[in-house]
Design a protein around this ligand. Sequence first.
Ligand SMILES: C[S@@+](CC[C@H](N)C(=O)[O-])C[C@H]1O[C@@H](n2cnc3c(N)ncnc32)[C@H](O)[C@@H]1O
Ligand code: SF4
Ligand code: SF4
Length: 340
Amino acid sequence: MSLIYKLKTAQPTFLHGVHDYLGEIQPFAERVGNPLLKVPMVALKSLEWAIYRWHKTPIRRFYGVKGNELIYMITNACNDRCPKCAIWERPESRAERLSLERFLVCLRRLHQNLYQVTLTGGEPLLFKKDVLAIAEEAHRLDVPMVTITNGRFIDQEFLETYKNFGHILVISVDSVQRDKWNEFRGRKNFDIVMPKILLAREILGDRLRIQSVLSVESEAEVEKVIEWCRERRIQHNTQMYQDFGTTFWRSTATPQQMVEDPTPCAARKNICVYPNGDIVKCFDHRRIPVAKTPLGNIADQDIIEILSSKRSVEVSRAMKTCNLPCKSMSCNKPQVELFK
Ligand SMILES: C[S@@+](CC[C@H](N)C(=O)[O-])C[C@H]1O[C@@H](n2cnc3c(N)ncnc32)[C@H](O)[C@@H]1O
Ligand code: SF4
Ligand code: SF4
């Protein structure tokens, strides 16, 4: 039912306790509709709150599933120009970027509750040194890592180092035909990247995965990618096209069809970090009224304090029943549904 974080900081004061109690009980009491049930429900809730405080102090908790995925959008910048994606249009300045050290602090703080750290972007391998430093620390902390890349900057040295950490590399491929590849990437780099994918298969073995985006434009090509992967025994995942701020590609399903699927959104497991260190619970947070602005920023705040705040609890709660097309993104699905 809840997440429990061990907080290795100083013991909280009495005032912290009062604040924590009210922050949790007040919104709970407001949600109990039946006036006759208010008192008994608040009493039970208070008992539950007290057990958690007594059980292990100091602790912080907030509602969510146990086991988080920390997803770091390490940069908006990219060396490709895919028409399906507009992230590359808003590269952050050097001054805006979160320092590597602050991300590592966040990773260390959360590692006991992480089942995975995922690096995405923009193009993560524009910051290859940082990716390898995070991979090394994740390995040391025993947290599995996944890096999603367009593959352009992988090379033998990177692959061999990455392999030693035991992590997974996902390369995005929407076509295995030269012309379509070049059209889908907005860059003529099929002949550069394809040999790198084959090298990655050789070095990483089944730790190499391929992901494709399914849209009206890519549908026929994605079928061929799946076949290409099957022949090489590479696990593949298909991600439904979403509106990433461009109008060049179109979805194969209507928004209505996407939300008719009864599978609930699993994004409550996520702790998402923007390139500047802003924290959100899902990258589509602006669609949730209470989550429009970030929950905090790890450049100068502690991640557990951010996640334990009253608003984080509220956001996590609102996400329980959120049902929007973005739930079909891979990062918002349970892990078991990905890469077959
Ligand atoms: C935004 S990219 C960042 C990582 C890296 N640059 C890459 O392309 O793999 C992360 C994943 O999102 C996918 N993607 C890009 N645009 C998308 C869209 N409009 N809808 C759904 N997925 C998209 C990419 O193909 C990739 O697999
Ligand atoms: S999908 Fe990835 S490779 Fe393509 S433009 Fe977006 S960030 Fe770059
Ligand atoms: S449906 Fe979309 S906005 Fe709602 S919680 Fe899931 S990812 Fe976030």
